[in-house]
Ligand binder design. Structure first.
Ligand SMILES: [Zn+2]
Ligand SMILES: [Zn+2]
Length: 136
């Protein structure tokens, strides 16, 4: 008699949950969550179709896919302005240059552009919720 969810199933649910969880302010949130959902779906389908004893394999497989996806995303985001996607240039410290603006994910040029914006201005720096980073 099994009166509790088997560990293998709990592991599977946990990794699927991981796949479907990203902080809302993650750059590329919408696209990444779709990619990750597709991976999770593939693995869930396989886990249902296969011998329950093989669930552990599916869990490991999905974990490795998620780690690879995360590493790719970090490589992509690293050293780039999140708004204009240009690589930061640490030497370009003009007020509108392409050095990183303090600890922000933005370059100085984009921040300058945002601060100079008129009353109508809105961008992902001053209003991230409008740009796909917000709650669904
Ligand atoms: Zn920029
Ligand atoms: Zn702005």
């Amino acid at each position: 008699m099994q009166d509790r969810t088997p560990d293998a199933v709990r592991d599977l649910l946990a990794v699927v949950l991981d796949a479907l969880t990203l902080p809302y302010d993650t750059p590329d949130y919408s696209r990444r969550i779709l990619d990750r959902a597709a991976e999770a779906r593939t693995v869930a389908v396989a886990a249902l179709a296969e011998n329950p004893a093989d669930i552990g394999w599916n869990v490991d497989y999905l974990r490795s896919k998620l780690a690879a996806e995360q590493a790719d995303a970090e490589r992509r985001d690293n050293g780039r302005c999140r708004r204009c996607l240009r690589p930061f240039d640490a030497d370009d410290t003009r007020f509108d240059g392409h050095a990183r603006h303090a600890d922000t994910p933005w370059c100085r040029s984009c921040v300058d552009n945002c601060h100079d914006g008129g009353a109508e201005h809105v961008c992902m720096i001053c209003n991230p919720a409008r740009y796909g980073g917000g709650a669904q």
